[in-house]
Design a protein around this ligand. Structure first.
Ligand code: NAD
Length: 250
């Protein structure tokens, strides 16, 4: 049902973004990939998805502008690229703060700013922002990430109101822990650092706050993105859809 629609997914060379790209492609959307990675891996993904890839560092405004110019007009914009840094506020490296705010929040603002004119002209659009359980609740030592994700939720509500009469919706999907390489690769280090078994790290550290004790699967987030593109979702706008195994219900 998405044939004829072009979808740009930021941070789609890995993890959640790649899963969203695959789900949108499966429904017929033309896909534009963005993100870092090995050239051969990116070429293989482009072939798999019949996609183009636009290389850009989205922690820089010029990078977002280059991405939007390279992507061309997009009907579906998924702001998904993000990064994390963990440190107490008084020790938080100020350049890490700046980069996280730039990538996780400002890049979404700039991409929306540049994508909306085409969506308005086309009379249809979908903006989907990968936020986080940390757009609704906090954890210690994640000041920049929590601030950026709360900001992204606020941006999304504002977009929804501004675009409400244009047949353009804006929503957040807010996962808890998702089983991505990013999370999986933390397990051996955490086992060593804390002297725990793999199972203890998964259940007592990673899934401590996720009541279902199950990871969200990237493909589940992809399915939610597809649903938000359906006509049935035309009145879902300005929401923050939790996929967190009950984390934010506590
Ligand atoms: P990931 O590390 O697997 O993927 C991140 C993607 O962003 C990659 O494609 C990477 O190349 C790209 N990227 C990173 N820095 C970039 C930059 N400066 N410019 C352009 N692209 C850049 O991460 P993921 O787990 O798939 O996370 C994707 C999104 O989901 C992030 O916004 C993250 O905050 C959010 N999220 C993840 C989880 C989780 O448990 N994995 C939970 C909640 C929210």
């Amino acid at each position: 049902f998405l044939s004829g629609k072009r979808a740009l997914i930021t941070g789609s060379t890995s993890g959640i973004g790649l899963a969203i790209a695959r789900s949108l492609r499966a429904e017929g959307a033309e896909v534009v990939l963005s993100g870092f990675g090995d050239d051969a891996v990116i070429a293989a993904l482009c072939e798999e998805l019949g996609a183009i890839h636009v290389a850009a560092d989205l922690s820089q405004r010029a990078g977002v502008e280059a991405l939007m110019a390279g992507a061309g007009p997009v009907d579906i914009l998924v702001n998904n690229a993000g990064m994390q840094h963990v440190a107490p506020v008084e020790e938080f490296p100020v350049e890490k703060w700046d980069t996280i705010i730039a990538l996780n929040l400002t890049a979404a603002f700039d991409a929306c700013r540049l994508a909306i004119p085409h969506m308005k002209a086309a009379g249809w659009g979908r903006i989907i922002n990968t936020a986080s359980a940390h757009s609704l609740t906090a954890s210690p030592f994640k000041a920049a990430y929590v601030s950026a994700k709360h900001g992204l939720a606020g941006l999304t509500k504002t977009l929804a109101l501004e675009l409400a009469t244009h047949n353009i919706t804006a929503n957040c999907i807010s996962p808890g822990y998702v089983w991505t390489p990013l999370v999986e690769n933390q397990i051996p280090d955490t086992m060593a650092a804390r002297g725990l078994s793999r199972e203890q790290v998964i259940n007592d550290v990673l899934l401590q706050r996720q009541p279902t004790k199950k990871f969200v699967q990237p493909g589940d987030v992809g399915e939610m993105a597809v649903f938000l593109c359906r006509d049935a979702a035309a009145n879902i706008t300005g929401t923050n859809i939790s996929m967190d195994g009950g984390w934010t219900a506590e």
